[in-house]
Design a protein around this ligand. Structure first.
Ligand code: PMP
Ligand code: GLN
Length: 386
């Protein structure tokens, strides 16, 4: 194995899902829904499979999906992208992130990102021979995760190539505020850096969040330096489909495209028309989706409080993080490895998403993208924890 990949073992999601299967535990670890997405989308996929959409789609994605991606961003965020040249379909957000970083970073370039970060970030940065410059999110006095503006400023320098920003943020559930984004945008411009934004949870900001979702590309001076990434997996409950997309100015999209051609070339032929249908669903779909997840968040968060966890506020995403200290827990990895045996539930230790492991040692993430009956069972088990 090459040196640059040696620090990366099996992903925590694979480890914890395997543990759930082996022990028969309720899996609140890996973030995937346990219900199917909109029936219109599923019917469109079945139809596409039956009617000859089974060969290579065009390199940038089928025109109907690129048009739907552009229309969706105009409808929700007032962002205008040309479906021909400013939109690229990828194998999930994961490939989009890798292609963006590999296409934009030279060896030694620095990537500023907020930790805890989604696990593929560190690996994609390493594959590019780039260097990560993490800025730590910490629970502040009001419980919300925040960063120190001076720490962010200090992370920028002459070698900064891009900022990799995830909001709504996995695993913390933080939604970056306009004020926070304004500082990030100012630093990008001051250091002439690009922004790559991971917005896979764009439709999952809850009603009591401190902010609405603000795409960084909507801030002054940012559209021309931002590659925006999203994916169908979360919004349409089809994480196994791996249909994602990148949008941005043509030069940046084409940098990602150059790499994507040689990673997967194309992907998801019969699924692309179905995602185009899903993106065109009325606002009521998106509102119902968000409201459903918000109710599930409330259910799980209340249950976790009852079970004795310190529950941190989750403003968006599929996840809520907890402090295990009140339960006598010290180390999240140990805690999560023993949790199936103690009570038949699987969760994910947040520390694996930090360079500064100590900052997240006592934190554990639970996924609430599960049916209410499953959450009820999980909470019952957690309350009985040995
Ligand atoms: N980014 C974040 C923040 C995620 O939580 C995930 C996980 N689903 C991804 C990217 C990957 O998305 P996809 O499954 O579309 O590759
Ligand atoms: N995004 C999901 C999570 O954070 C899982 C993705 C994966 O398994 N790679 O749990």
């Amino acid at each position: 194995l090459v040196r640059r990949m040696r620090p990366f073992g099996t992903t925590i999601f694979a480890e914890m899902s395997a543990l759930a299967v082996r022990t028969g535990a309720v899996n609140l670890g890996q973030g995937f829904p346990d219900t199917d997405g909109p029936p219109e989308m599923l019917a469109a996929a079945a139809e596409a499979l039956r009617t000859g959409h089974n060969q290579y789609p065009p390199g940038p994605g089928i025109p109907a999906l690129r048009a739907a991606v552009a229309a969706h961003q105009r409808r929700f965020w007032g962002l205008d992208y040309d479906p021909d040249g400013e939109v690229l379909v990828t194998a999930g957000a994961t490939e989009a992130i890798a292609a963006a970083i590999l296409g934009l970073c030279e060896t030694g370039d620095e990537v500023v990102t907020f930790e805890p970060y989604y696990d593929s970030y560190a690996a994609s940065i390493a594959l590019a021979g780039a260097v990560r410059r993490p800025v730590t999110l910490r629970p502040s006095t009001d419980g919300r995760y925040a960063f120190d503006p001076d720490e962010l400023r200090a992370a920028f320098g002459p070698h900064t190539r891009l900022v990799l920003l995830n909001s709504p943020h996995n695993p913390t559930g933080k939604v970056f505020t306009r004020e926070e984004l304004t500082l990030i945008a100012a630093l990008c411009q001051e250091y002439d850096a690009y922004a790559v934004t991971d917005e896979v949870y764009e439709h999952l900001v809850f009603s009591d969040a401190g902010s609405t979702h603000v795409p960084l590309a909507t801030l002054p001076g940012m559209r021309e330096r931002t590659l925006r990434i999203s994916s169908a997996g979360k919004t349409f409950s089809c994480t196994g489909w791996k249909i994602g997309w990148v949008s941005g100015p043509a030069a940046l999209v084409s940098a990602a495209m150059r790499v994507k051609q040689f990673l997967t070339f194309v992907n998801g032929g019969p699924l692309q028309p179905a995602v185009a249908v899903a993106l065109g669903l009325p606002d009521s779909y998106y509102e119902g989706f968000r409201a459903g997840l918000e109710a599930q968040r409330d259910q799980l968060a209340e249950g976790l409080v009852d079970a004795g966890f310190g529950v941190l506020p989750s403003e968006g995403t599929y996840f809520v993080t907890t402090d295990i200290t009140p339960l006598g827990g010290v180390d999240g990895v140990e805690f999560c490895r023993s949790l199936p045996e103690r009570c038949g539930v699987v969760a994910v230790p947040t520390q694996v998403f930090y360079d500064d492991v100590a900052a997240g040692r006592h934190l554990v993430r639970f996924a609430f993208c599960k049916r209410p009956t499953v959450l009820t069972e999980a909470v019952t088990r957690l309350r009985r924890m040995a």
